[in-house]
Ligand binder design. Structure first.
Ligand code: ATP
Length: 248
């Protein structure tokens, strides 16, 4: 079952075309890696899916609804530096903000909301730190707060913006295992990453983006080095090919 359907999407920022003719689907139980060079438009695409940017052309459907209608069902994990960590709140309160849209502004959380937060904290193994001020957390703990905040919505679609950046290997493993469990339970995941080996190992499908979709297929289907060089807009890069485990 298709959860995310993007067709012919075009997005301009400050009058400049950032995305053009983007077609992409993500099904339930599928983990798709969104890969491309710096400035390729990966974050812009995620923000368009969240309904945070006006689209120039095309359509976005999430579970048959527009991004604005689907907002309460999309979990979003932004890049760590985009979150305000010096705000004086505890972990459990930060995680509860993931449900703000569903609870309604200035409304009190109900038991259903508290249960969802508790469950999300357990899934990322943060129960013990639930009363810790978020400003006192390490980078890996902060990443897990952001994931819990997105999971508190019990989302059908989870959007992850570079969730592995700066994490040690055990924390990466915890998150990889969690993402596997989530897809097995039916969640659709779209994840940007610059960690190509991890993406090839974790994702069912890779979408190579550079302003538009350059290639889309399973890691096995994308073994042609030429496709990767085209996606990254370079004539040759030994390091890129080495990190993919392919050579010319
Ligand atoms: N608010 C903005 N106004 C104008 N241009 C923007 C804005 N945000 C991003 N851009 C431009 O849009 C393009 C795509 O940026 P985006 O952040 O989506 O790329 P990305 O693929 O996520 O890159 P990275 O891998 O470096 O995070 C870039 O050229 C960037 O300069």
């Amino acid at each position: 079952m298709t959860v995310l359907h993007v067709s012919d999407l075009g997005v301009n920022l400050a009058g400049r075309q950032v995305l053009d003719h983007v077609d992409l689907t993500v099904a339930a139980k599928e983990h798709v890696g969104l890969i491309g060079p710096n400035g390729a438009g990966k974050t812009t695409l995620l923000r368009a899916l969240l309904g945070l940017l006006p689209v120039r052309t095309g359509r976005i459907e999430i579970d048959g609804r527009t991004p604005a209608e689907a907002r309460g069902t999309i979990g979003y994990v932004p890049q760590r530096h985009e979150f305000v960590w010096d705000y004086p709140v505890q972990v459990r309160t930060a995680v509860m903000t993931g449900r703000t849209h569903r609870i309604g502004w200035l409304r009190r959380p109900r038991s259903e909301d508290r249960n969802a937060v508790q469950e999300a904290l357990e899934r990322v193994d943060l129960t013990r730190l639930s009363r810790r001020p978020i400003g006192e957390l390490s980078g890996g703990q902060r990443q897990r707060v952001l994931v819990a905040r997105a999971l508190a919505l019990r989302p059908k679609l989870l959007l992850l913006d570079e969730p592995f950046t700066g994490l040690d290997v055990p924390t990466q493993e915890i998150l990889t295992r969690l993402f596997r469990e989530l897809t097995a339970e039916g969640t659709a995941i779209l994840m940007t990453t610059h960690d190509l080996p991890a993406a090839a190992e974790t994702c069912h499908r890779l979408c190579l983006l550079n302003g538009t979709v350059v290639a889309d297929g399973s890691p096995d289907e994308l073994r042609d080095p030429a496709v990767w060089l085209r996606a990254f807009g370079v004539a040759r890069s030994e390091q890129l090919l080495h990190s993919l485990g392919v050579s010319r």
